[in-house]
Design a protein around this ligand. Structure first.
Ligand SMILES: *Cc1c(COP(=O)(O)O)cnc(C)c1O
Length: 445
C-alpha cells in the first residue's frame, strides 16, 4: 500500500477493507465499534436536553420565519420536508439495476426544504438563529417571552447590521447561512471552495451576501473563513468542521420524522427495523440526524452514511481512529467528486468522535451511479435531486443485498418488515439548465 502521509497514520487502528478504499473502490464498511444505544448515550458529548432545547428554539423562531419567508407560512414557520413512499423508484432499481426489492422504500425530501432547498436548511439556519437570539438577549433587546416576529423589526435588523457572519462552504451551507443571515440584517461573507456551483454564488450575491471564491478545496475555504473571523470580535464564524449548534439543528429532524412515520402508520421497533441512508460530507448533517434518530428509535434504527469513493472522509476518520487528523489525500485519494455537497477530504473530529459508538456503517459510491439514480428518481416519481442527494440509494442497494451486516445483526428474517429511508438531501434550487445536464448524463449511462 502506498500511503502518502505515513507519519499521520502511525498508531492508526486498521480495518477491513482499507485496500478497497485506497483504491477508490465501492465498499460497505461495517462499524465494529458500535455499541447498544443505552451504553453509547453515556459516552457521547450530546444529550436529549440539548436536542429539546434546539427544537424549542426553532418553535420560538417559527413566528419570525413564517413572516420573513412566506413559503413556510402553511407549516406555521416550521422548516420541514415531506416523507414519501418510493415504491416506484424501488421497482425501477430492481428492474434496471437488478437489486431485489427489500422491505418498503421511502424518501425524505430535504431536496424540497423551504428557504434553501437542502439539508443545510436544518443545521445552517439553526446556528444563525441561535446566534441572533444570543446577541439580542445579551443586549437586552429580547426575552424568551417576546413574540419572535420582532426579528423582522427595523430595530433588530439595524442592530444586527453591525455584526457579521462568515462561513466556508462547498455551496449549500453558504446558501443557508447567507439567505438567513442576510434576512436578519447581518453582513454575511461566504468562502466558497473551487467546486461550488456558479449559480449558488450568483444567487447569494443577489441577496447582498459577499462571496469569496477560492481556487482550492473546501478545507481551504474553511481556513480562510476562520482567519477572517478571528480578527473581529463582532464577527461570528460558522465552523462546519466543529460545530455543536449545526449538529443539534440537524438532530431535530428525527422527532419530526417520527411524527411523519406515525402518521403514515409505519411501525419501528426491534421486529420492524428502520434503515436510514444519509449522504455524508464533513459529517454534521448525517451525524446530527443519526444522533436524533437514535434518541427516538434506539437500536431499532440503522444509520448508514454514504460517501463518494474519492472522498470518504468520515469513514477514514472513524475507522482509523484518527478523526480529523486524517484525510482522503493521506490515502492517495484526490477528494474529487461530482457530488459537490460531499466533496470533503477531511472529516469533522466532533462528528467522528460522536459517531464512533453510534453509526452502523458507511457505504462508498462511484459518482456515475449518482446520475443514474437521479435520472430514475425523476423518470419514476418526478423527484428532482442533485447528485449528492442521490447517494443514499446506493446505501439501500448495498445494505439490503445478503450483506454480512444483516447476518451479524440477526436481521435477515426481519427484512420483510423493514422500512428504508433514503435521505434526499438537496435539489430543488438547482437551475433547470444545470439539472438537465445531470439528468441527461444519467440517462446516457
Ligand atoms: C452538505 C450536504 C450533505 C452532507 O452534509 P455534511 O454535514 O457535510 O456531512 C449531503 N447532501 C447535500 C446536498 C449537502 O449539501
Amino acid at each position: 500500500m502506498d500511503f502518502k502521509n505515513i507519519d499521520c497514520l502511525k498508531g492508526a487502528k486498521f480495518f477491513i477493507s482499507e485496500a478497497d478504499i485506497i483504491a477508490g473502490k465501492e465498499s460497505f464498511w461495517i462499524n465494529k465499534d458500535k455499541i447498544p444505544f443505552e451504553k453509547a448515550r453515556d459516552l457521547i458529548e450530546f444529550n436529549r436536553e440539548q436536542e429539546i432545547d434546539a427544537a424549542e428554539r426553532l418553535e420560538r423562531f417559527s413566528l419570525y420565519i413564517a413572516k420573513a419567508f412566506p413559503e413556510t407560512e402553511i407549516d406555521g414557520g416550521i422548516i420541514e420536508s415531506p416523507l414519501i413512499d418510493a415504491s416506484l423508484i424501488q421497482s425501477e432499481i430492481e428492474r434496471a439495476l437488478g437489486y431485489q426489492s427489500v422491505g418498503r422504500l421511502m424518501l425524505k425530501l430535504d431536496s424540497e426544504l423551504p428557504i434553501s432547498g437542502s439539508i443545510k436548511a436544518r443545521g445552517g439556519i439553526y446556528e444563525v438563529l441561535k446566534y441572533a437570539e444570543h446577541l439580542a438577549m445579551e443586549n437586552d433587546l429580547l426575552t424568551h417571552e417576546d413574540n419572535y416576529e420582532k426579528f423582522a423589526s427595523k430595530e433588530l435588523q439595524a442592530f444586527f447590521s453591525d455584526y457579521s457572519i462568515v462561513v466556508g462552504s462547498t455551496g449549500n451551507l453558504g446558501m443557508s447561512i447567507g439567505i438567513m443571515g442576510a434576512s436578519l440584517g447581518f453582513k454575511v461573507t461566504v468562502h466558497m471552495s473551487a467546486d461550488a456551483r456558479q449559480w449558488k454564488k450568483d444567487l447569494l450575491r443577489t441577496k447582498g451576501v459577499a462571496v469569496v471564491e477560492h481556487v482550492a478545496d473546501y478545507g481551504h475555504a474553511v481556513i480562510e473563513g476562520r482567519e477572517q473571523a478571528a480578527q473581529d470580535p463582532k464577527c461570528y464564524f460558522v465552523d462546519d468542521e466543529d460545530s455543536a449548534d449545526l449538529f443539534l439543528g440537524y438532530a431535530v429532524a428525527a422527532r419530526r420524522l417520527k411524527k411523519q412515520l406515525d402518521a403514515q402508520g409505519v411501525q419501528v421497533d426491534s421486529e420492524h427495523p428502520l434503515f436510514v441512508y444519509l449522504p455524508c460530507g464533513v459529517g454534521g448533517g448525517p451525524g446530527g440526524v443519526t444522533f436524533g434518530l437514535k434518541l427516538f428509535f434506539g437500536d431499532a434504527v440503522h444509520c448508514i452514511f454514504v460517501e463518494p469513493t474519492h472522498a470518504p472522509a468520515v469513514l477514514l476518520g472513524i475507522a482509523t481512529g484518527l478523526d480529523e487528523h486524517v484525510s482522503a489525500q493521506d490515502f492517495g485519494l484526490d477528494g474529487l467528486t461530482a457530488a459537490d455537497g460531499l466533496a470533503v477530504s477531511r472529516p469533522s473530529g466532533l462528528v467522528c468522535r460522536t459517531m464512533r459508538p453510534l453509526i452502523d456503517g458507511v457505504v462508498t459510491v462511484d459518482d456515475l451511479r449518482l446520475y443514474q439514480y437521479l435520472a430514475m428518481a425523476w423518470d419514476t416519481q418526478k423527484v428532482k435531486l442533485e447528485p449528492s442527494a442521490a447517494a443514499g440509494f446506493y446505501g439501500y442497494c448495498r445494505a439490503t443485498q445478503k450483506s454480512e451486516y444483516l447476518e451479524d445483526h440477526n436481521l435477515s428474517n426481519k427484512m420483510n418488515n423493514s422500512t428504508h429511508i433514503v435521505w434526499a438531501t438537496g435539489g430543488r434550487m438547482v437551475p433547470d439548465k444545470d439539472w438537465l445536464c445531470y439528468y441527461e448524463n444519467g440517462r446516457s449511462l
